[in-house]
Design a protein around this ligand. Sequence first.
Ligand code: SF4
Length: 462
Amino acid sequence: MEQLALKDPKVIEERKEFISTKGAQKQQVKCDEDSVAGSISQRACVFCGARVVLNPITDAIHLVHGPIGCASYTWDIRGSLTSGSNHYRNSFSTDMKEKDVIFGGEKKLAIVIDELVEKYKPKLIFVYSTCIVGVIGDDLEAVCKKQAQKYNIEIIPVQSSGFIGNKSAGYRAACDALLRLIAPAPQEQLTNNGETSQPKEVKKKSKTINYLGDFNLAAEAWIIKNYLKEIGVEINVTFTGDSDYVSLKKAPEASLNIIQCAGSMTYLAKKMEEIYDIPFIHISFLGIEDTKESIRKIARFFNDPEIEQKAEQLIARELKTIESQLDWYKQKLQGTKAAIYVGGGFKAISLLKQFKELGVEVVMVGTQTGRKEEYQTISELATEGTVILDDANPTELEQFMTEKGADLLVGGVKERPLAYKLGLAFIDHNHDRKHPLSGFVGAVNFAKEVYSTVCSPVWKYV
Ligand code: SF4
């Protein structure tokens, strides 16, 4: 099977099915699989996947049971903002040493929990399992249960040993932990795979939604909260940006779940539909087209003419404010070629649309954890000749960006050095950014960032 149309591809044989060129192959790229051994995947480990989802819960203590490296690697991993506690910005670790590995780390874990409770008096502690804990078999469940009973607080184990799968397994471990947290039933009736016993009746709040998969990077969740408030819809809680113990406990009261980051949150939404009878819809607030469509989709769900009218008024007003600014950037960016390599499929899809709005050609697009249906949409949106790839390694990214003549890479913290070494402009669309890229204001910020980096005079000196 010939998968690649590019000349002299330096691609590992087993990786070829994960890469295709729009127009050159009929079959879709393979995805949602474990990384190929020997390919230096850009993906993070299972533990990291779990931590990025849970870390924005502001008043939780995030305790990493493992060697210090796992905790320092994920310290303050998201640029999530808080309107309350700052506990989440710390990284606590049991700092396992050789002796703990040989004799077991359960006693040390219990002592660390004692110290944390004494010092911070938390309502909620997440205890993350790491590789070595999975190997030696410390019983996190038992230690957490005992300590939770001792202090009458919630201590939830997150089964996220780094080797038990890929980053998506970490998302699922985080969602299982969230399901335990929001369950009104007693903790001991809940299992770690998200299965629950009969929950008690939950009283629903009308026109109130949970916003799943926004981590309040650079205050993005607050922007969307204001849009929805303006049209008469209230956000009950965001999973997990700027959430806390009390707000998450109220999650079952919402009448709708909206999902932005589908890769990390679809499992949770399906479980919540099953357990709490909360329907869900997929939305995205990245780019004008998706922001408009998402506001309309939410308004339509409530089937209320007043909400729909307010939604149209908001869209018209915001478009009027930003149109001329976007036209200016569009003119400046004519002829630019962009490459996209991001975590989830929803973001890649929104970015493809956003670049189209700006008149920028996308020559390569890939994700770490995109799903089959997302790659289907990516393939439909991509233009002929665009390289589409899943779970890429740096060699592939370098090769395809160079061959396709990309001027710009949109990626995360791990892709930044690669772009700069190649002399390419770069946009951080991941954890570390300081400017919101959501909503109408985010669309302008994005265009401004593309312009600032692509048109920077520094590239003349490369
Ligand atoms: S959990 Fe395993 S793979 Fe992840 S950071 Fe720790 S040691 Fe590394």
